[in-house]
Design a protein around this ligand. Structure first.
Ligand SMILES: O=C(O)CCC(=O)C(=O)O
Length: 253
């Protein structure tokens, strides 16, 4: 049974994330999985490859073994009507309006808007970061919805989070040049000791704050892990002109 919207909001405000079990029903989930798998098998552009990001474990150059490993299918909203339908679904909207505390919610086409395709073999480690670090909005209160299209476990690189970290105010020196959390500082080690894995079942949706620190490991299973990720903002929280966040229009739910 779905938890009440009030209890989801309370959990979200405290922890910076909340999981809604089986928000996406099985036939729609299976259809989305198949579309994603087909786009991956056809290398349907635009795609971000592991080699593009230089994260730990990623192939180093275009000539390296595994250089064809995809990291995400980009511009998902434009890819297929089924992706559009889930991005704007009433189930998603109901939770988001409760979490934002207001009815007018927009889907950003500029951030995430992707299917994460964590492939076995050459998928990389994503270190601890806040998504907001490269985003430009009037306020930082954006929410991403990470829908598991298959099983997500530690073995295939499920997300890990630092609960409550959306409320933290850290010093600039706690971050490295790429604004990942430095793991060599004693102060950060204490923070990292609070990490929680977020395993998901197919169809579960993880709602998380753009300031929440999160990370993920490699996929050491035999199968690709597909996660559909959209980011949302309240209608009165505008992207800043001439930034990447304003590149494409947002979609009203
Ligand atoms: O490697 C992963 O699955 C995590 C991806 C992630 O955190 C991100 O793209 O912001």
């Amino acid at each position: 049974m779905m938890p009440s919207l009030d209890s989801l909001k309370q959990m979200f405000d405290e922890q910076g994330y909340v999981v809604v079990p089986r928000l996406l029903e099985e036939s729609a989930r299976s259809a989305l999985w198949q579309i994603a798998a087909q786009h991956l098998s056809e290398n349907l552009a635009p795609i971000e490859y592991e080699v593009d990001v230089h994260y730990p474990g990623a192939p180093i150059t275009a000539e390296s073994e595994g250089a064809g490993t995809a990291r995400r299918l980009l511009q998902t909203y434009s890819r297929h009507s089924a992706f559009r339908a889930w991005g704007t679904a009433s189930e998603v909207k109901a939770v988001l309006t409760a979490l934002f505390g207001q009815p007018d919610v927009m889907l950003s086409q500029c951030h995430h808007n992707c299917v994460m395709t964590k492939q076995p073999g050459y998928s990389s480690v994503t270190r601890w970061h806040q998504d907001i670090r490269y985003w430009h909005f009037d306020q930082q209160s954006l929410i991403s919805v990470w829908t598991a299209l298959g099983e997500e476990t530690k073995k295939n690189g499920c997300l890990r989070v630092l609960p409550g970290s959306h409320l933290w105010q850290l010093e600039p020196g706690q971050f490295d040049a790429a604004r990942f959390l430095r793991s060599d500082l004693a102060a950060n080690k204490a923070l990292l000791s609070t990490a929680q894995a977020v395993p998901l079942s197919p169809g579960d949706a993880l709602f998380f704050h753009a300031r929440l620190f999160h990370a993920a490991g490699r996929n050491t299973s035999e199968q690709t892990k597909y996660s559909l990720v959209y980011t949302y903002h309240a209608a009165d929280n505008h992207p800043i002109e001439a930034t990447r966040s304003a590149q494409f229009p947002s979609i009203a739910l």
